[in-house]
Design a binder for this molecule. Sequence first.
Ligand code: F3S
Length: 390
Amino acid sequence: MFLTRQEERILAGEEGVGRQRAMELLVALGKIYSAERLVPISSAHLSGVSYKTIGDGGLDFLTEMSRDAKVTVKTTLNPAGMDLDRWQEMRVKEEFAEKQRAIISAYDSLGVETNCTCTPYLAGNVPEPGQNVAWAESSALSFVNSVLGARTNREGGPGALAAAIIGKTPLYGLHLTENRLPSVIIEAEIGDGITDYSLLGHAVGQKIGTSIPFFKGIRPGVDGLKTMAAAMAAAGSVALFYVEGITPAASSVDLKGLETVSIGRKEIMAAKNSLTTGKEPDLIALGCPHLSETEVTNLASFLDDKRKRSDAPEVWFCTSRTVKTWCPKEVAVLERFGKVLCDTCMIVAPIEGIHSCTATNSAKACTYLPGLCSQKVVCDSSERLLEAVF
Ligand code: F3S
């Protein structure tokens, strides 16, 4: 891979050990994927934040990197293993909390913004169309590729951090126009609820794996798009999709000769049934990906005239600190029924051993809850799930 003189100097360690390690990682990735050169990025988003997922090895790596390196572009952070203020209410152990705080403090020393959310594009990290970025978090990177029209590969946490430190990423994959063409048409006929879009994403992800789908027949808003992106990335590895009449580049791509796959209510029902493994949830967790302001507002108006049952299961509404600050009145309504948690989610928090059956309206969460959190799962719309609460 071609390196400029300055990039050679970084690789030789002339700008410190942290930058040298970051450059080594980018060069290794570039060689693996036959990148010609590095390309500048305008922002990064990092995964690998929860102590549950990165452990002591991850904490040591971040501590070492934070000694003499800093990010050089706007860089945001994925959810951590706990609400940094309300972790005791989540029954997180003190030892976990201490390690989690150390991880956040290492990111802070690196210059990363520590508003931990998987919807940074709703909270100030909004790349422009055509910009190259280095984003981890499969749901968020699919959203920026597809809905915002920026360009990122499916980065892992260390690769995104290295790119953030150097301000560049290897030029390959989805940074190149020729790799961003749709490869299959999805004719969808489904309902218009958030859970319908989530289950559609799940069914499509399972069917097409890493292909690039072009959707016809649906009109999702931002919340439908974000939950579809999350589900497709979790069930398959979809990192880019088009929706006719909705996503910006959909009108300019060529669909000639592409195979068409039909997904209807039968497939949506099958997806829902396959994801449901439990019956009586002791936790209802909404906000995968993190709830938007619209979702918080809709949930609050749904619950406003209702009264909580005394035997209701615990409820989590997961969102970003930014959104929580924007709608205090709606948050107060939700707090009558559960906890509005920030910085974290039902997957990266250590819920195993505390809860055993979790209900959610997110197909992505349903995919990960059994394996990553040892949970039985109930999959349904938020309105139906919340019936257990009032
Ligand atoms: Fe976000 Fe956690 Fe879901 S990081 S996309 S809420 S698994």
